[in-house]
Ligand binder design. Structure first.
Ligand SMILES: Nc1nc2c(ncn2[C@@H]2O[C@H](COP(=O)(O)OP(=O)(O)OP(=O)(O)O)[C@@H](O)[C@H]2O)c(=O)[nH]1
Ligand SMILES: [Mg+2]
Length: 235
């Protein structure tokens, strides 16, 4: 939303940042690995530099390099070609190890608003999240605040059925803020639960759509102080 005050937009920076990471990871790491005959300190130095330049992050990079060196020591890695596969696996291992659950309190209603540009997997993520939370015994309600895209409500309804959770909806093209209002009102009337709000995909450059998001957020906060607790940006 920083685009509004004339700065380079958050989405723009994020998108170009991720594109850069992907491109650098794909090309530079490949070049380094394919260009090396053996695994030595020079190769690790080059790899470390490439990972940092690709914005992988210094702490994560250090952990990766350390872990790879361990594996070389244990002779699990014989040639630079297998290093790529192991690099990928090690990244995954470290990410899984650091995975932390969302601390969702049980004593109050918790709202998660899911936003992002078109087609990034918002609704799918909501479906999975709903199922996981439901399996953990949480009272989940899905909120169909994408009233804009054709069949978006029906798509969320399918996920709600799969997860066996209720869905709050209005007619297609209804004001999404009104759907959110209904959801908060229903949540306040019942026991604490988790509200997950699906929103229509939008580009940050569409001022009216960004205003619509702000309105939804404003209404949530007004009706339920602190809401939304989380705004999940799906990329
Ligand atoms: N490979 C892959 N495909 C995915 C993933 N998540 C969603 N998709 C697919 O991407 C497409 C769009 O997913 P949606 O969940 O509808 O995305 P959305 O952000 O809600 O889209 P809009 O509501 O139109 O903005 C669908 O075909 C999904 O099946 C994922 O994690 N991996
Ligand atoms: Mg969607």
């Amino acid at each position: 939303m920083e685009a509004e005050n004339g700065k380079r937009g958050f989405f723009d920076r994020l998108k170009s940042g991720l594109a850069k990471t992907r491109k650098l990871l794909l090309t530079d790491v490949d070049d380094i690995l394919l260009g090396s005959k053996e695994i030595d300190q020079a190769l690790f130095d080059e790899l470390e530099e490439a990972l940092i330049v690709a914005d992988v992050g210094p702490a994560f990079t250090a952990e990766l390099i350390e872990s790879l060196k361990e594996k070389v020591k244990r002779k699990e890695l014989a040639s630079p070609e297998v290093l790529k596969k192991v690099l990928r696996e090690t990244m995954r291992e470290i990410l899984l190890r650091n995975e932390a659950p969302l601390p969702i309190p049980t004593d109050k209603t918790y709202t998660i608003m899911v936003v992002g540009v078109n087609g990034t997997g918002k609704t799918t993520t909501i479906g999975k999240l709903a199922r996981n939370l439901k399996e953990e015994g949480r009272a989940v309600t899905l909120v169909a605040a994408d009233t804009f895209r054709a069949a978006a409500i029906e798509q969320l309804e399918v996920w709600a059925k799969r997860a066996n959770v209720p869905l709050i909806r209005r007619a297609a093209n209804a004001d999404p803020a009104a759907v959110v209002f209904d959801a908060i009102r229903a949540a306040k009337a019942g026991p604490p639960g988790v509200l997950i709000i699906d929103t229509a995909g939008r580009l940050h450059t569409k001022v009216n759509l960004m205003e619509e998001l702000k309105k939804m957020k404003r209404i949530m906060g007004r009706e339920l102080p602190g809401a939304p607790e989380v705004v999940l940006l799906v990329l």
